[in-house]
Design a protein around this ligand. Structure first.
Ligand code: ADP
Ligand code: MG
Length: 317
């Protein structure tokens, strides 16, 4: 992103001082963020008309010279992808060898199904070197439900024979108090990376709980989905631009109109589904085990596996 340094709002037609300030405040302070923003998003944050928004975005796109990427470049990018292992061989192979950098993975399931346990084990395992199934990097844990437990990190670190204190130092935890705050925290992760914190995993636990609570009124669904979409785009941009793994958790809600099959569905509908490259449904299994099911993967076969959560980590059954 070499052209970013030269960037000035003055180069974009239709951007006066007031608009520039609004864009900057909303975090649209470089060409990439403006070029990849949708006109509706810009209308919302900068208060410009739809026509002006399109003009600004197009100008940013021209300057950025986004152009095309060859298949070879894409393959090279795919080769940079690292898979973070869970400790359960069955779970790893279900998701194609582990949780991938460069994309968003989602686990959804009912209370107690193991979503937060997985968040904790990934926070430890991401720090392992690549040849030991990690990504050799640090972690940002966005905690929306107050479920982050340093004691659990310590146990998992000890289970892997690594220093618990060092492991905890490499996890930056941010409590998110509502959906707007959560969105802001996610946007700030890029600053951490630019400041040299070598992030390889971002956890958002839970992705949807605050959105569900903050937009529960009648007629608020569209607003909620739009904000969730923007939130996921922020995460997606960081994932692709910096080759970072993003792991989000999601709850399920009852589907009142189900006659066959599972009577629950993940929150957030298509918005969350389309933005997660890997979706896993977690549920409780027999004798305290857990069952993970891969849903609608673009390139992996659907499948199911059992695993268990122990004091030390995740294990095969
Ligand atoms: P959620 O999907 O709601 O985030 P959690 O990830 O918090 O669910 O899972 C909670 C479950 O994890 C507990 O019910 C328990 O079965 C298991 N668990 C938590 N801590 C331990 C531990 N130290 N040893 C074994 N299992 C544990
Ligand atoms: Mg949880």
């Amino acid at each position: 992103m070499k052209d970013e340094k030269e960037f000035s709002f003055k180069d974009l037609p239709g951007v006066g001082a007031a608009t520039a300030e609004k864009l900057e405040l909303a975090g649209y302070d470089n060409l990439m963020s403006i070029a990849t923003c949708s006109p509706a998003e810009m209308v919302e944050v900068a208060g410009v008309t739809d026509v002006t928004a399109k003009k600004i975005i197009n100008a940013a796109r021209k300057k950025l010279d986004m152009g095309f990427e060859s298949g070879e470049d894409l393959l090279k990018r795919r080769e940079q992808v690292v898979r973070i292992t869970t400790g359960s061989k069955a779970f790893d192979s279900l998701v194609g060898g582990g949780f991938e950098t460069g994309s968003i993975s989602e686990c959804f399931g009912e209370f107690g199904s193991g979503k937060s346990q997985l968040a904790h084990i990934l926070s430890v395992r991401t720090q392992m070197p690549v040849d030991k199934g990690g990504a050799g990097g640090a972690v940002v844990f966005i905690d929306g439900e107050g479920t982050f437990r340093p004691e659990r990190i310590k146990q998992f670190a000890e289970g892997l024979g690594v220093d618990p204190v060092e492991t905890l130092k490499n996890i930056k935890v941010a409590r998110a108090f509502n959906s707007d705050h959560q969105m802001l925290v996610a946007e700030k992760v890029e600053d951490l990376i630019k400041d040299g914190f070598p992030v390889k995993l971002i956890i958002v636990d839970s992705l949807t709980a605050h959105f569900r609570a903050d937009f529960s009124g009648r007629g608020q669904l569209a607003d909620r989905q739009q904000k969730l979409n923007r939130h996921m785009h922020t995460l997606m941009k960081i994932a692709t631009n910096y080759n970072v793994a993003v792991y989000v958790t999601n709850q399920v809600m009852a589907k009142p109109d189900t006659f066959f099959g599972d009577p629950t569905a993940p929150i957030g509908g298509n918005i969350v589904g389309h933005n997660s490259q890997t979706r896993v449904y977690l549920r409780k299994g027999k004798k305290g085990s857990r069952v993970a099911k891969l849903i609608d993967s673009p390139y992996l076969p659907d499948g199911e596996c059992a695993f268990k959560v122990t004091e030390k980590g995740l294990e095969d059954v």
